[in-house]
Write a protein that binds this ligand. Structure first.
Ligand code: GDP
Length: 284
């Protein structure tokens, strides 16, 4: 992992998030739109308790737009509103503002009724490593700021950043751990590039990817690699990896072919893909 998570770190990270939660009106939970289930922290809902909360599906430029929409409906049905964002290209910030204001409508109405002038809405970003918290913070602030304490276990004084969407944001995002117990989640995080490549064998990740593509993105798989139905249906997934290795001209260098497939997925050579499917990720 980009960060190694041990029980001690997890506890510290959790305590820090809980301390800072007291300071804010609303939590912006950042997830990777390609992994709206796998890139969530398993206990975040518990940690934030009754605090208002929205989900930001970041990196939406990389995800399958139809599935992103399905996820938004899924989250809404579970009682949490979400919004998609492409922080890299600065698309979708305005919607975050409207969603925050609608979630805090009661509080804002109270301020206005009581004649409170210049009230500030306070928020913090929370998410697992690599989902784009720092990028979002910089986008919201409109300039590059040094993000303090961007590591679990680092305590710093809190500073408030004024943002372009009229909220004050804690300058230190809350960093929590992914669902580290679930091997499938590990594969998906590896495939997306969220965790260091050396943690997993490339052929395991590539076979996982090919299998997922066979099930969910068959057309893209066939088109990208010039495969026929029989190339796929008459072969097991490891055999497909071996066939592709030959096709790429890599002889028997399966690791090289695996790294290429992983890279192709990340660089959108197979189009925009989402690896978590609402309602289905338990049965893959
Ligand atoms: P953090 O660990 O959550 O603070 O994540 P970072 O902000 O450091 O982002 C991790 C990587 O994701 C960086 O390479 C960013 O450029 C990239 N990134 C962040 N947001 C987006 C986005 O919306 N789209 C794409 N394609 N990449 C993004």
């Amino acid at each position: 992992m980009a960060l190694q998570w041990y029980p001690g770190h997890m506890n510290k990270a959790k305590n820090q998030v809980q301390d800072r939660l007291k300071l804010v009106d609303i939590v912006l939970e950042i997830v990777d739109a390609r992994l709206p289930f796998s890139s969530r922290n398993p206990v975040l809902e518990q940690i934030i308790d009754q605090k208002k909360h929205i989900i930001i599906l970041n990196k939406s430029d990389l995800a399958d737009p139809k599935v992103t929409n399905d996820w938004k409906i899924n989250f809404q049905q579970e009682g949490t509103k979400s919004v998609e964002l492409d922080a890299k290209h600065n698309k979708g910030l305005g919607q975050i503002k409207s969603l925050i204001r609608s979630e805090l409508a009661d509080k804002i109405a109270r301020y206005e009724k009581n004649g409170v002038q210049n009230y500030r809405i306070k928020a913090m970003c929370i998410g697992i490593p690599n989902v784009g918290k720092s990028t979002i913070l910089n986008r919201l602030v409109g300039k590059n700021v040094a993000i303090t304490g961007n590591k679990p276990g680092v305590t710093k004084n809190q500073n408030w950043l004024k943002t372009s969407i009229g909220i004050d944001l804690l300058d230190t995002p809350g960093i929590l751990w992914p669902k580290i117990d679930d091997p499938k989640v590990g594969m998906k995080l590896a495939l997306s590039g969220a965790i260091k490549d050396k943690i997993y064998a490339p052929d395991d990740v590539a076979i996982y990817a090919l299998n997922f593509l066979e099930t969910h993105y068959m057309d893209q798989l066939q088109e990208s690699y010039g495969l026929t139905n029989s190339d796929i249906f008459n072969h097991t997934t490891p055999e497909l990896l071996m066939d592709l290795t030959k096709k790429f001209g890599y002889k028997e260098d399966y690791d090289r072919a695996s790294r290429r497939i992983i890279d192709d997925v990340r660089k959108l050579k197979l189009g925009r893909l989402t690896f978590d499917v609402p309602g289905e990720f338990y049965e893959e």
